[in-house]
Design a protein around this ligand. Structure first.
Ligand code: FAD
Length: 468
C-alpha cells in the first residue's frame, strides 16, 4: 500500500472489483482493500480436503453478464460464460423442464397452463418495460393479479426462481421482479465455466494489469471525512492501523455499515440518517454443500442444472423464508463445470431469516445445522438415490456464516429492500467523494446487478475526480 491513492475501494465483491477495474483502467491510482483473506465477497469458492471445492453463489445469472464482462473486464472472462440449459421445477402443482427464456415460457404457459398467447405477450411486455423509474406502488402481487388472477400455480412458476435470485417477495415493488425476470427471460440462465475461484483469479490478473493495488486481510475501519469531503481511510490488518489519503471512496460494504460504521452518522444530514436507518435489509440464506466421491456421476437427465423443489402446496414468500424448510433450490455441478475434474457436487440453497439463527446457543446451532443437512439429504434422495452412500463430504452455511465472512449486516444475501437504492445513490450528495457500489435495492444485486452497479459507481467517481 502506498501513502496516497486517487480512489480507495472498500471490499472486493463483484461490484467493488468492477469499480476498481474501471477506475484503474481509466488511469486513476486505485487501492482495493478487502477484509477477508480472499477476494470475491459472496462470489467465492472454498476448498476442503482431497481437492473438494464448493462455489457459494454460482447458481445462475442472466446472459447480460457476458456483455458486462466483455466491456468492463475482458474477452477471456466473457468467453467462459456458458448456458445452463436444464432448469427444472418439481412441486405439488407442477413438474417441468425449461430453458428459462421467453419463448420456452410462452410454450409452457400455453400448453401446460392454458393461457392465451396474447395475454402472455402482454405480461412479458409489461415486465420488460419496467425500469428503475417505474411505479413503485405496484407490487409483484398486484402485477400477477392483473394478468393471471387466481392462478397461484403460474405465480409460482414466474416468481419462485426470482425470489431465489434476488430475495424479492410478492409484496416488493413489481419493478424489482420485472427487471430481473426480464433479464433472465432474454436468453435463459448462465454460469461461469471453471468455477468462481477461476473467475476471481482472472479478475485479479486484469486488475493487476491495469495497475490497481489489491490487498486482502485489510479491513477498512473508518472513512475520514472533513468539511463534507472524503480525505482518506483508516485501514487495519497486520500491525498498526494506517491512514491512507484519498479523495474518493467507493464502498462495496453493506450500505448501512458504510453510513453508520465506516463514515459515521455525524457527517450526514438528519433526514438522510433517518432514511438510511429505515432501510430494510434483504433476507439471508442457508446452504448445504455436498461433495460426492470421485467418479460418481449424478444423472443429468433426472436432476438438470438447477432444480426448484418444494413440498409446499402453494407458493408463498413467507414459506420460502421459514426455518421449517419446504422449498429449496438444488444446483447440480457436473465434472464439465470444472473441466478436468471427475467430481459431482450439489449445493442446496434456501432463503432464510437471520433472526432464526442469530442467537442460537452453540449446541443448538450445531444441531440445527445437522438437522438442515439431514433434511436436505432426505429431499435429495428423490433425485440422487442412495445419496448418503455416494457422499464424500458435507457442510452447512447459515445466515451467521454469511454475516461472518462478508460483514454484511444480518448476513444479507441480496443487500437491501428497494428503498436502499436511494440511500446508496444519495451518498455523494451528502459527502463529496463518497460512493457506494454493491447489492442494493433488490435490483442491483446478484452477479449481474453487482457488476453493473460497480460500473455506475465507477463512472460517478471518475466524473468527481475530473471535477475536483
Ligand atoms: C447463498 C447465496 C447464493 C447466491 N446465488 C446467486 C446466484 O446464483 N446468482 C447471482 O447472480 N447472485 C447470487 N447471489 C447474490 C450474489 O452473490 C451477490 O449479490 C453478489 O455477489 C454481491 O456482490 P457485492 O459486490 O454486492 O458484494 P459482496 O459479495 O457482498 O462483497 C462485499 C465485500 O466487501 C468486503 N467488506 C465488507 N466490509 C469491509 C471493510 N470494512 N473493509 C474491507 N472489506 C470489507 C466483504 O468482505 C466482501 O468481500 C447469491 C448470494 C448468496 C448469499
Amino acid at each position: 500500500m502506498k501513502e496516497q491513492y486517487d480512489v480507495a475501494v472498500i471490499g472486493s465483491g463483484l461490484a467493488g472489483l468492477t469499480a476498481a477495474n474501471i477506475l484503474a483502467r481509466s488511469g486513476h491510482k486505485v487501492l482495493l482493500a478487502e477484509q477477508h483473506f480472499q477476494c470475491g465477497g459472496l462470489a467465492t469458492a472454498f476448498k476442503r480436503k482431497n481437492g473438494i471445492i464448493f462455489d457459494v453463489s454460482l447458481h445462475g445469472f442472466p446472459v447480460g453478464m457476458i456483455k458486462s464482462c466483455r466491456r468492463y473486464w475482458n474477452q477471456e472472462i466473457a468467453g467462459c460464460i456458458v448456458q445452463l440449459p436444464k432448469i427444472r421445477f418439481d412441486n405439488p402443482q407442477f413438474q417441468l423442464e425449461t430453458t428459462f427464456d421467453r419463448s420456452d415460457f410462452t410454450r409452457i404457459l400455453v400448453q401446460k397452463f392454458g393461457i392465451a398467447e396474447e395475454k402472455i405477450a402482454a405480461f412479458f411486455d409489461k415486465a420488460r418495460s419496467m425500469t428503475h423509474y417505474a411505479d413503485t406502488n405496484l407490487t409483484a402481487r398486484q402485477l400477477f393479479a392483473e394478468f393471471f388472477p387466481g392462478r397461484m400455480d403460474i405465480v409460482r412458476l414466474l416468481m419462485e426462481p426470482i425470489t431465489y435470485a434476488n430475495g424479492s417477495t410478492l409484496d416488493d415493488p413489481a419493478l424489482t421482479y420485472g427487471i430481473v425476470f426480464s433479464n433472465f427471460m432474454s436468453k435463459g440462465v448462465y454460469t461461469f465455466q471453471g468455477g468462481t475461484d477461476v473467475l476471481i483469479d482472472k479478475m485479479l490478473a486484469e486488475l493487476k494489469r491495469n495497475g490497481a493495488d489489491v490487498v486482502t486481510q485489510t479491513p477498512v475501519r473508518r472513512i475520514l471525512i472533513e468539511n463534507g469531503k472524503v480525505q482518506g481511510v483508516v485501514v487495519g490488518g497486520s500491525g498498526e492501523d494506517r491512514q491512507i489519503k484519498t479523495r474518493v471512496v467507493v464502498s462495496n460494504a453493506n450500505i448501512k455499515g458504510t453510513v453508520f460504521d465506516l463514515a459515521g452518522q455525524e457527517h450526514f444530514r438528519n433526514e438522510f440518517v433517518e432514511e438510511a436507518r429505515s432501510v430494510r435489509l434483504n433476507n439471508s440464506s442457508t446452504q448445504v454443500y455436498v461433495a460426492f466421491k470421485r467418479g460418481f456421476l449424478i444423472d443429468e437427465n433426472v436432476c438438470g442444472d438447477l432444480l426448484f423443489t418444494s413440498d409446499a402446496p402453494e407458493f408463498s414468500s413467507e414459506k420460502l423464508l421459514d426455518k421449517h424448510v419446504t422449498s429449496r433450490t438444488f444446483s447440480f455441478y457436473y465434472p464439465k463445470t470444472r473441466p478436468g475434474s471427475d467430481r459431482c457436487y450439489v449445493v442446496s440453497s434456501t432463503n432464510a431469516h437471520y433472526d432464526d439463527w442469530a442467537d442460537l446457543p452453540k449446541e443448538d446451532y450445531g444441531s440445527a445445522k445437522s438437522a438442515l443437512i439431514e433434511d436436505t439429504f432426505n429431499h435429495l434422495e428423490k433425485y440422487v438415490p442412495n445419496v448418503r452412500e455416494h457422499l464424500e463430504y458435507v457442510e452447512a452455511a447459515t445466515p451467521r456464516t454469511f454475516a461472518r465472512y462478508t460483514e454484511h449486516w444480518q448476513g444479507a444475501s441480496f443487500g437491501t429492500k428497494y428503498e436502499g437504492l436511494a440511500v446508496s445513490r444519495g451518498l455523494p450528495r451528502e459527502v463529496g467523494g463518497l460512493f457506494h457500489a454493491g447489492s442494493i435495492g433488490i435490483i442491483m444485486s446478484g452477479w449481474l446487478g453487482a457488476v453493473n452497479y460497480g460500473v455506475i459507481a465507477a463512472n460517478d467517481a471518475d466524473a468527481y475526480l475530473l471535477r475536483n
